[in-house]
Ligand binder design. Structure first.
Ligand code: G3H
Ligand code: 13P
Ligand code: ZN
Length: 332
C-alpha cells in the first residue's frame, strides 16, 4: 500500500471547497507521458494554479502504474523546484469498476472517479457507494457520475447524451457518500462534440455549437446547494489548432468544441472541476505536424516533442487564467 500522502499529493476536499467559494474551477488535465506532465506543472506553477492530474484506464495501460505514480511524486518535487508548492491531486479518470479504483487507491492516487453512468440507477448507486466506503477509509475522495455524455468515454460509446436528472442528484449523493458529481449538460468527449447538423455555421464555415443546458446545471445546484460539480468533455477544440493540423497534412473534419465563455460561466458556479484532454492532444499534434512539415530532416524526438510541450504549456497557462479562473489560487 502506498498512500498519496507519502507522495506529497492532496485529495480534492479543500481544493473544491475553495473553488466553489472563489467562483473558479480546478483544471483537470489528462496525462500519459513526461512532456504532458512537464507542460501541466510548468503552466500551473507559472499561473499559481492548483491542479488535478488525471489518468484514464487507457493511460494506465499505456504508461504503467508505477511510472505514473512516480511521475506524480516527481511533479510535486518539480513544482517545488520551479518555485511554487501548488496543490496537486492524482486522480483516476473514468474508473470502470471497483477493482481498478481500489488498485489506484492502494497505489498512491488521492482521488478516483467511479463511472457508473452507463449502469441502471440502482447499480450505479451500489457501485459508487462501494468505492466511496473503501476510498474514505484511506482519505481518498471520490467522483461519481449521473447522466450520460455523448461521444466516447474510454470503452463506452454513447450515441447521444442524456442530461442529468436534477431530481435524482440528492438521493444519489446521500446514498453513495460521493464527494463530487459529474453531470451531463451537453458537453461530450473528443474533438467532435456535436454533429454538424446540431450546429450553425459562420460565414467562413466555422461550426457554432448549441449552448450548454445551464437550466439543468441550475436545477442540480438547487437540489444540492454548494456541492462540488464536475464537467467532463470540456475541451474547446481551438480553431487555430484544427486549422494548423489540416494545413500540415492532417484530416480532422467536423471538429467542434465547447466555447470557452460557456466554460468560464460554468466555472463561476458550483462547477469546480473541468476536464480537458482533447485540446492538449490537438495542441501537441498541431506543433509536431508543423515541425515535421517545416523540418523534414528532423529525427531527434526532443526537437518535435519539445516545441509540442511548449505549446501545450502556453495553452494550459491561458486556460487557467482565462477559462478556469484558477490562476492565483494555489496558495488560497
Ligand atoms: O474521457 C476520456 C479521456 O479523454 C481519456 O481518454 O481513454 O483515450 O485515455 P483515453
Ligand atoms: P475532452 O475530450 O473534451 O478533452 O474531455 C476530457 C474528459 O472529460 C476526460 O475525462
Ligand atoms: Zn471524461
Amino acid at each position: 500500500m502506498v498512500s498519496y500522502k507519502e507522495l506529497g499529493l492532496v485529495n480534492t476536499k479543500d481544493m473544491f471547497a475553495k473553488a466553489i467559494k472563489g467562483g473558479y474551477a480546478i483544471p483537470a488535465y489528462n496525462f500519459n507521458n513526461m512532456e504532458q506532465m512537464q507542460a501541466i506543472i510548468q503552466a500551473c506553477v507559472e499561473t499559481k494554479s492548483p491542479v488535478i492530474l488525471q489518468v484514464s484506464k487507457g493511460a494506465r495501460q499505456y504508461a504503467n502504474g508505477i511510472l505514473l505514480r512516480n511521475m506524480a511524486k516527481g511533479a510535486v518535487e518539480y513544482a517545488h523546484e520551479l518555485g511554487c508548492d501548488i496543490p496537486i491531486v492524482l486522480h483516476l479518470d473514468h474508473g470502470p469498476n471497483f477493482e481498478v479504483a481500489k488498485d489506484c487507491i492502494d497505489n498512491g492516487f488521492s482521488s478516483v472517479m467511479i463511472d457508473g453512468s452507463a449502469l441502471p440507477y440502482d447499480e450505479n448507486v451500489a457501485l459508487t457507494k462501494k468505492v466511496c466506503d473503501y476510498a474514505h477509509e484511506h482519505d481518498v475522495t471520490v467522483e461519481g457520475e449521473l447522466g450520460v455524455l455523448g461521444g466516447v468515454e474510454d470503452d463506452v460509446a454513447a450515441e447521444e447524451s442524456k442530461y442529468t436528472k436534477p431530481e435524482e442528484v440528492q438521493d444519489f449523493v446521500s446514498k453513495t457518500g460521493v464527494d463530487s458529481l459529474a453531470i451531463s449538460i451537453g458537453t461530450s468527449h473528443g474533438r467532435c462534440k456535436f454533429t454538424p447538423a446540431q450546429c450553425t455555421r459562420t460565414a467562413d464555415g466555422i461550426l457554432v455549437p448549441p449552448p450548454l443546458a445551464f437550466d439543468v446545471l441550475e436545477g442540480v445546484e438547487k437540489m444540492i446547494p454548494g456541492f462540488p460539480i464536475v464537467l467532463h468533455g470540456s475541451s474547446s477544440v481551438p480553431v487555430e489548432y484544427v486549422k494548423m493540423i489540416e494545413q500540415f497534412g492532417g484530416k480532422i473534419p467536423d471538429s467542434v468544441g465547447i466555447p470557452e465563455e460557456q466554460l468560464r460561466k460554468a466555472a463561476k458556479s458550483a462547477v469546480c472541476k473541468i476536464n480537458i484532454d482533447s485540446d492538449g492532444r490537438l495542441a501537441m499534434t498541431a506543433m509536431i505536424r508543423k515541425v515535421f512539415a517545416e523540418h523534414p530532416d528532423e529525427f531527434d524526438p526532443r526537437k518535435y516533442l519539445g516545441p509540442a510541450r511548449d505549446e501545450l504549456k502556453k495553452m494550459y497557462a491561458r486556460k487557467n487564467i482565462e477559462v478556469l479562473g484558477s490562476a492565483g489560487h494555489a496558495l488560497d
